[in-house]
Write a protein that binds this ligand. Structure first.
Ligand code: AMP
Ligand code: MG
Length: 410
């Protein structure tokens, strides 16, 4: 086990390889939103599957059209219709999505056509291929339609549906146990007792897990007792990963580290140069990663963002797992002592191409209020001293602010 305080980079490098990519399962396409594809899907139904019209208009052979000269309309083809070959020197009335008749190579849109009975005159000369969507032009037969490792969103699900697939092979979702520890904790629905607090971290973390595409498995609260914690840890190790919360600092009643070791968890590191969240612990038993999160709610959530989620996203089969920082301009100075990388909770504001960040006045690791709402974590590098108003720093957006009204120039 490395000694001293690891940097965030060192800690991530040590722990991420221990998050195994989970195997696959078959799920109905209708339930696959947000899941990660486990195998490349190749095109078996080319897209488009047949040449068709992109417009309402007239299908014809481009070479047959003469400026100002009327042409006969010899057929009508609707979407879903089966076209006959186009009669020589004629056009076919056609609608968007309808198959092009054999012999036609272009479509003139109806806005450029003057119809009189069964004849039509055009005000433009088409070039071959005009307003025709060629078979296979979007996705050719045998090419990769959606690659393994892609998270399935609306566009991907539409593409996969176009192949007539009803079942998809996706990575299993990690089931992640949450073990709250602390004599002062009481369950959400337990009667109030003096000097106790509700175990709120379970719900913070359960929501963060759901956001990360995982399935939370909450365990009941363990008191600050090594035997009780070890028994609960055993239960938690049945999941794909275990998060313990609290009891991981250096106090007299912080028993998580020794209880994990008693349960056979090999500790890989304990303490990272991060603020908040320094006491973070990482270990594993067999294939199961275990993270000991500090109990302070803000610390738990920051550690989740930087360490836990990347590991779990890896298990889900994703390849890009780290938050993407943006640059922000600080609206006021912030006092920082060198030694740990600090994640300063801030409100952000976007105007004229610039993100501005204002640090919350309350940076207590016990306060979760500073993380509520659409906010950001501004990163003050480990070796920095105080930062000044107007400086540009990196920040992680924890949710994009939305506007109450449309803001598009049109
Ligand atoms: P600890 O990490 O056990 O030293 O706890 C640090 C602080 O976080 C203490 O004030 C605890 O009461 C609080 N805390 C620990 N676990 C939870 C939890 N599950 N929900 C809310 N607060 C907690
Ligand atoms: Mg405690």
């Amino acid at each position: 086990m490395p000694t001293g305080m690891l940097s965030i980079r060192q800690a991530l490098d040590l722990m991420l390889p221990h998050f195994p990519v989970l195997g696959s399962e078959s799920v109905p396409l209708t339930q696959a939103y947000g899941r990660v594809l486990a195998q490349d899907v190749k095109v078996t139904i080319e897209l488009p599957p047949f040449d068709h019209s992109a417009m309402d208009g007239y299908a014809l052979r481009a070479a047959d059209v003469r400026a100002g000269q009327a042409m006969s309309v010899s057929a009508e083809i609707r979407a879903g219709g089966s076209p006959q070959p186009l009669a020589a020197e004629s056009s076919a009335r056609i609608f968007t999505g309808a198959p092009l008749p054999p012999g036609a190579d272009a479509v003139i849109m109806q806005e450029n056509a003057e119809r009189q009975g069964d004849r039509v005159t055009f005000s433009t000369l088409p070039s071959p291929g005009a307003h025709v969507r060629k078979r296979g032009s979007d996705h050719a037969l045998g090419s990769t339609l959606v690659a393994a490792g892609v998270e399935l969103g609306p566009a991907e699900l539409g593409l996969l549906a176009s192949q007539g697939l009803t079942q998809l092979s996706v990575h299993r979702q990690p089931r992640v146990a949450i073990l709250p520890t602390g004599d002062e904790l009481r369950a959400l629905d337990a009667p109030r007792r003096p000097f106790s607090i509700v175990d709120s971290n379970t719900y913070t973390l359960a929501a963060a897990l759901q956001q990360a595409g995982c399935v939370p498995v909450p365990l009941s609260i363990a008191t600050d007792d090594p035997g009780v914690i070890a028994a609960r840890v055993e239960q938690g190790l049945a999941a794909d990963a275990l998060l313990t919360v609290g009891g991981v600092s250096v106090g007299e009643y912080d028993f998580v580290s020794e209880s994990l070791q008693a349960a056979g968890v090999a500790i890989q590191f304990h303490k990272v140069a991060i603020k908040p969240g320094k006491p973070l612990l990482f270990g594993k038993r067999g294939e199961t990663p275990v993270l000991g999160l500090p109990g302070n709610p803000a610390s738990a959530l920051v550690v989740f963002e930087i360490f836990v989620r990347p590991g779990l996203l890896r298990m889900r089969g994703l390849r890009s797992v780290h938050p993407q920082p943006i640059e922000v301009v600080l609206s006021s100075g912030y006092a920082h002592k060198p030694g740990r990388t600090e994640f300063v909770r801030a409100r952000v504001h976007y105007q004229a191409g610039v993100w501005t960040a204002a640090a919350h006045s309350n940076q207590s690791s016990g306060s979760v209020g500073s993380l509520s709402g659409k906010s950001a974590l501004v990163i003050v590098p480990r070796e920095r001293g105080d930062v000044q108003a107007g400086e540009i720093l990196q920040a992680i957006l924890t949710g994009l602010p939305m506007r109450p009204d449309p803001a598009f120039a049109d």
